[in-house]
Write a new protein. Structure first.
Length: 361
C-alpha cells in the first residue's frame, strides 16, 4: 500500500478540510493510504480522520521558529521513509518554505492550489518560482486557482490536473420539512433569510457583507443575515454590527455542523469574497437549490446549475441588496443531476478517482 503524507489540514472545517476528508472516503479500503502532518494545534474532522485509519502528526508552526518547524518535519520524514510523496494543499506559494524539507529529502511533492489570490502577495510571488521548481505534480481546484498558484501560462508547459471539490449532494437535497424545522429552531420562521458561510477574515469581505445587508434591511425589514464561521476579524465584525445597530438582524453562529440544514432554511446565499479558488460552499448551496449571489472575483467555473449571479464589488451595496430581493422570488429547485454530470457529486466518483490516481501514480 502506498502511503502519502498530506499537508494542509487545519483546525477550521472549511473547504480544504472537507475536500481532504472526501479523499479519504474515496480511497477507503484502497491501495492508497493518507496520513496528515499539520502545524496547527488541532485538526478539523479528527475523529473522522482517525476512523479512516489516518495518522496525524503535529509539528511546530512557522511562527514559533523556522528551525523548529523544519527540524520536526525532517525528523518525521527520516523516521518514516515510507512516505514517498508529500501532498501539499495550500492557499499561496509561501508553503514553499515548508516544502524545502521534503524536497531536500527527495520526496515527490504534489502541490494542490485552493485559492485564486492572497493577502500575502509579496511572499507569494517571491516563493512561487521555488515552489514550482520543487513541485512534481500540479493540481488546482479550478483553472483560476491553478493559474494563480503556478502562473497564467503554466498549462501550456505543464500538465495541470483539475480536481472538483465534490460534495455528497444527497445530504444537501432540498427538504421542506427540514427547512421549516430549522427556521423554527432559529426563530426566523417568517423572515427573509440571507445565508453566508465563510471564515470571518479579510478574504471573505465581512465588512462589505454587512454593508450589503444594511441596504437590504432598508428595502425589506424582514431580512435577517445568518453567518456561519469564525476568524481573525470576528471582533471587528461584531463591533461593526453594533455600530450599524444590526444586532437583532444578524446571527453570527460560529462554527457549525449543520450547514446543510441551514442552507435548507435560507432563501438566498451571499458570498461577496475578494477572492476564492472554487468555494465548495457555493456548490453545496446549489445542491439545496439556493439562488447564489456572489462576487465576480470568483471563478465562473463555480456556476454548475445556472443559479449563480455574479456581481462586481464596484457596484453599490444597494444594487447588491436589490439583486438579493430579485433572487428571493426564484422557485426553489434542487436538481443534483447537474452536479453529478459536472463531477461534483462525491457519490459518483469514477472520473474523479481516475484523476486522483493519476496524481498519486
Amino acid at each position: 500500500m502506498d502511503k502519502i503524507l498530506v499537508y494542509g489540514m487545519t483546525s477550521n472545517p472549511g473547504g480544504i478540510e472537507s475536500y481532504l476528508l472526501s479523499v479519504l472516503e474515496l480511497f477507503r479500503d484502497d491501495k492508497l493510504h493518507f496520513d496528515f502532518v499539520t502545524d496547527f494545534s488541532a485538526v478539523a474532522w479528527k475523529e473522522q480522520l482517525e476512523e479512516y485509519g489516518a495518522e496525524i502528526y503535529f509539528i511546530p508552526p512557522k511562527g514559533k521558529g523556522m528551525l523548529k518547524h523544519w527540524k520536526a518535519l525532517w525528523k518525521l520524514l527520516k523516521e518514516h521513509p515510507e512516505y514517498k510523496q508529500v501532498y501539499f494543499n495550500v492557499l499561496d506559494a509561501g508553503a514553499a518554505i515548508t516544502m524545502l524539507v521534503p524536497w531536500i529529502k527527495r520526496r515527490k511533492i504534489i502541490t494542490h492550489s485552493h485559492n485564486g489570490s492572497t493577502d500575502k502577495k509579496v511572499l507569494h510571488y517571491i516563493c512561487r518560482p521555488w515552489m514550482r521548481a520543487m513541485t512534481k505534480k500540479y493540481v488546482g481546484c479550478s483553472h483560476l486557482a491553478a493559474a494563480f498558484m503556478f502562473g497564467e501560462n503554466i498549462e501550456k508547459r505543464r500538465t495541470v490536473e483539475i480536481v472538483p471539490n465534490a460534495i455528497n449532494s444527497t445530504k444537501f437535497q432540498y427538504n421542506q420539512e427540514i427547512r421549516a424545522k430549522k427556521r423554527q429552531e432559529l426563530g426566523i420562521d417568517d423572515r427573509f433569510v440571507v445565508l453566508h458561510v465563510g471564515r470571518l477574515t479579510r478574504q471573505k469581505n465581512p465588512i462589505g457583507l454587512i454593508d450589503i445587508f444594511e441596504q437590504l434591511v432598508h428595502l425589506d425589514s424582514s431580512a435577517v443575515l445568518v453567518s456561519v464561521g469564525t476568524g481573525d476579524a470576528e471582533e471587528q465584525v461584531k463591533q461593526y454590527i453594533r455600530k450599524k445597530d444590526l444586532n437583532s438582524d444578524i446571527h453570527l453562529l460560529g462554527v457549525r455542523n449543520d450547514v446543510a440544514e441551514l442552507m435548507q432554511a435560507a432563501d438566498v446565499f451571499l458570498l461577496p469574497s475578494l477572492y476564492e479558488g472554487l468555494p465548495i460552499v457555493c456548490v453545496e448551496a446549489q445542491a439545496t437549490g439556493l439562488p447564489c449571489v456572489i462576487s465576480d472575483n470568483i471563478t465562473s467555473e463555480v456556476d454548475l446549475t445556472g443559479r449563480v449571479t455574479f456581481l462586481s464589488l464596484n457596484l453599490g451595496k444597494r444594487e447588491w441588496a436589490s439583486e438579493l430581493l430579485r433572487q428571493r422570488k426564484r422557485a426553489r429547485e434542487s436538481d443534483v443531476s447537474q452536479l453529478i454530470s459536472a463531477g461534483y457529486d462525491s457519490q459518483h466518483n469514477a472520473e474523479r478517482k481516475k484523476i486522483l490516481e493519476r496524481i498519486f501514480n
